[in-house]
Write a protein that binds this ligand. Sequence first.
Ligand SMILES: Cc1cc2nc3c(=O)[nH]c(=O)nc-3n(C[C@H](O)[C@H](O)[C@H](O)COP(=O)(O)OP(=O)(O)OC[C@H]3O[C@@H](n4cnc5c(N)ncnc54)[C@H](O)[C@@H]3O)c2cc1C
Length: 414
Amino acid sequence: MKKPVLVIGSGVAGMTSALRLANSDFGVYLIEREAAIGGQAAFFCCKATEVCTKCSACLVPQKLKEVATHPRISILTDSMVTRVTGGVGNFQVELWQKPQYISRERCIACGICLEICPTEPKAIHPPSPEAVPYSYVIDESQCFRLRGQKCNLCQGVCPTNAMDFDREQERKELSVGAIIVATGFDVFNAREIGSLSYGRYPNVLTGLDLERIFSREGCLKLPSRGKEPQNIAFIQCVGSRDESHGYCSQICCKYAMRFARVIKYQNPDAQVTIFYIDLQTAGKGFAEFYEECRESIRFVRGVPVEILETSSRELEVRFENILQGKVGRELFDLVILSVGIAPRKDSWEMARILGINLGDYGFFDTKEPFNSIETNVEGIFLAGTCQSPKDIPDSIAHGISAAERATEALERCK
Ligand SMILES: Cc1cc2nc3c(=O)[nH]c(=O)nc-3n(C[C@H](O)[C@H](O)[C@H](O)COP(=O)(O)OP(=O)(O)OC[C@H]3O[C@@H](n4cnc5c(N)ncnc54)[C@H](O)[C@@H]3O)c2cc1C
């Protein structure tokens, strides 16, 4: 019997490791702290114009389907690992699963409970269209019943008896041979740079907002006026390459250029400007893509320092024009902050539980500088952006390598 493997985190890296192992006859426990699997990229939009721009977002739903139906992968959502003992070949893992007041197996996402829920805002949330498992969830802080008041409305109308308010959090113990940590990243919080006014002006958005808007609406409208924007600026390196994040996030130049192309494709009259420090065009075919972009998109080498709203609700971007060596000001109707990849704020807690090291900036560290998979603890491996910034293809490649290393380690301790 092959000892199962634990994969912590079900983003694209964790799902890839899980599939690779399960397809090699290993049982896999895939642990996810949220109610649905898939990680950050699960709701990213396709950025194709008349041609595919290879953003890789379409690879994620494909993996979601495979993971959800794989007979050797046990998915545990709403779950957190709290203790790990033992060593390679024989780790003992304690985890806690939050109470699932709506059974993931029984819920058919019909929405009747949502209609009848009397709280404002609603205590019951529908799943996002891509969510796996596709079931409603209850927000404990809003639900009358879970706050000790009398309410039984949703339970009374549920056609599949999916509500169970007696559920308690469950402790589980697993015995596994190896552990793959694939806990991913936090998107940089643009509010941390107050002068860029995110959260203050409605027409200042982030790259993550754009992912959500395009996947929901398929096109871009000004949040303040509902009209198509005509003059758009992207600001690069927001939360990357600064004093606290001295690294390149690797993904922002690419997603900004792809979005810029989609915007121009949908509205050829729109003016799009990208403010950058220097552009990362590494990767097969991306230098050519950049050359194509230069035909219709303006690139300004400059560091925007402040965004202010004028009385006519335009956005004035103040920037240092690096090439001209002077300060510039320009007006736009929409500004997109290209936010980068930050280490998860709770990585230190995971590091403490697993006994693994944290490296520069708070990403997990490896035992040797030229090995991006193996940690200081034998049998515990890293996959994806919890180790360093990566795009989807690199996270997939890393997930495959982590699965291979785990397989080799288990072969060795047979
Ligand atoms: C704005 C933006 C746009 C992007 N656009 C693109 C693009 O167009 N193309 C591209 O290739 N890349 C893009 N990327 C990068 C892409 O998001 C990442 O490459 C990818 O999501 C990395 O996957 P991951 O599995 O490493 O991490 P994640 O997607 O972060 O997944 C990690 C998972 O682990 C879970 N988790 C965390 N901690 C725990 C814990 N303790 N226990 C259990 N579960 C846990 C999380 O809830 C999450 O589900 C973009 C990134 C950003 C920020």
